[in-house]
Design a binder for this molecule. Structure first.
Ligand SMILES: Nc1nc2c(ncn2[C@@H]2O[C@H](COP(=O)(O)OP(=O)(O)OP(=O)(O)O)[C@@H](O)[C@H]2O)c(=O)[nH]1
Ligand SMILES: [Mg+2]
Length: 446
């Protein structure tokens, strides 16, 4: 991607009223712009109280100006930040003033894109900034910060470094095609490859946890009509989201509500109860339930404590693909005066609760986090689906490489592909299309 020569400006603070609002400008050389708007060039990296002048010399506002000379700025270019009063009128006048100086409006994420192009940060860190801005929980903030501080990039860079070392040795032996790898060397290479695979696995797990924190997990509530699915959704979300009634078949359409348990975002989907029905609308709802199950990260199968173990229940179990984690909830224990508890049968967890009295809800919440494999945010990187896919493909390349010690060219090629995948994550090997896609999802002014 070519370096931009034009200057860009945007309002960097959120829309609405505030004590302070910031207009930010970035470009190759902003000295004349600063002198035109402020009447003089402020000392670099010093807060300077100044009038912000319109083209005809009238004062738009007074505030703090900070001039960052390249390369010591966020973008790596000259940056001028104008901190004015935070009203939409003042800020749009100030922005208009900047645009009159042959400066164009910045695209979303363009400041960060320039920072990336000027090697101020790598792609993972740039994404970490967007995630930090979007973070809504303490856990998400901490995890985005770890990515921003370079923990994720360092893990990837270390993997790449070790891969390169191994590739250098293996590719050297490609120069002697008629010779087989010597046994000693082979053992040594295998050992190194296994170490890299182990490190990759650890990084993948950390990234997977981070992706739960970023995207949230989709959890679908299924069961026969009237077992209390909607009551459980309401109980988990602490709001009366879904209609509850003693009439079987109350919920017709899937209802989605986002909640958070210990800072982990979860999207809970309440569905139409599953049964044979002649009602066309109910049949459509049941189809949607089946659809929701196939898109789920995890499923909670709910049953009424009074009709546990029916044939109908078994039919519901059969609808859930084998690889989707599940949890069984036995509801309405208040009707039979039972205590809340967790039981394990054949590796399946059964949580006994009452959605009505809230008994056992804390047990259930803890079990839900375990079901999605949440291990706490310690050391977690804020990762995206794109990172997971690249890590997964690198893992596959390394697994294939492990089986190719007899065909050394194939082995070398798999290692090369694995390295390429990892480099895609940090952006040291990435197409322009992907960069455009990533930065277009930022807000304007960042
Ligand atoms: N005693 C008792 N009643 C409950 C409990 N949970 C739900 N109910 C009652 O069971 C009935 C059905 O509850 P819903 O939450 O509408 O059940 P549902 O599974 O969503 O039903 P459909 O939408 O028809 O599939 C309502 O009358 C609820 O008040 C519980 O824990 N204890
Ligand atoms: Mg319902």
């Amino acid at each position: 991607m070519p370096l931009n020569l034009d200057s860009i400006a945007a309002i960097a603070t959120a829309p609405g009223k505030g004590g302070v609002g910031v207009v930010r400008i970035s470009g190759q050389d902003l000295k004349s712009v600063a002198i035109s708007i402020l009447g003089r060039l402020p000392e670099t990296r010093h807060a300077t109280y100044s009038a912000f002048q319109d083209s005809d010399g009238t004062i738009i506002d007074r505030g703090i100006a900070i001039y960052f000379s390249a390369p010591n700025s966020y973008t790596g270019e000259d940056v001028l930040e104008l901190q004015a009063h935070g009203g939409s009128g003042v800020l749009s006048l100030l922005l208009k003033r900047c645009l009159s100086e042959n400066i164009r409006l910045a695209n979303p994420g363009e400041f960060t894109q320039r920072a990336f192009l000027n090697n101020k940060l790598d792609l993972v860190q740039a994404e970490g900034i967007a995630d930090l801005i979007n973070a809504t929980s303490e856990q998400a903030v901490r995890s985005a910060n770890r990515t921003l501080e370079g923990d994720f990039s360092n893990a990837i860079n270390l993997l790449v470094e070790n891969l390169i070392k191994l590739r250098v040795q293996i590719e050297a032996s490609l120069d002697f095609p008629e010779e087989q790898l010597e046994l000693n060397n082979k053992q040594q290479y295998e050992l190194k490859l296994n170490q890299i695979k182990d490190e990759l696995e650890i990084t993948f797990r950390m990234a997977q946890q981070g992706s739960i924190l970023r995207e949230g997990a989709q959890i679908v509530l299924v069961g026969q009509p009237n077992v209390g699915k909607s009551s459980l959704l309401n109980r988990l979300s602490g709001e009366e989201i879904a209609l509850v009634s003693e009439v079987a078949g109350t919920t017709r359409d899937a209802i989605r509500q986002s909640i958070s348990i210990e800072g982990v975002p979860l999207h809970i989907i309440d569905t139409a109860g599953l049964r044979k029905s002649q009602d066309i609308v109910e049949q459509m709802g049941i189809e949607r339930t089946k659809q929701a199950i196939t898109n789920a990260d995890a499923v909670i199968v709910i049953n009424d404590v009074k009709f546990n173990d029916s044939d109908e229940l078994r039919k519901i179990f059969d609808l859930i693909p084998e690889n989707i984690p599940r949890l069984y909830v036995i509801n309405k224990i208040d009707l039979v005066q039972q205590k809340s508890r967790v039981e394990v049968h054949d590796n399946n967890y059964y949580v006994y609760i009452s959605a009505k009295t809230a008994e056992g809800i804390d047990l259930l919440k803890r079990r839900i986090l375990q079901m999605i494999n949440w291990q706490g945010e310690e050391g977690v990187f804020m990762a995206r689906e794109r990172h997971l896919q690249a890590l997964l493909q690198a893992k596959q390349n390394l697994n294939r490489a492990s089986n190719e010690f007899e065909r050394i060219e194939v082995l070398a090629e798999e290692l090369r592909l694995a390295q390429e995948m990892l480099c895609k994550i940090t952006g040291s090997f990435t197409s322009d299309d992907l960069l455009g896609e990533i930065f277009s999802n930022f807000c304007i002014g960042k």
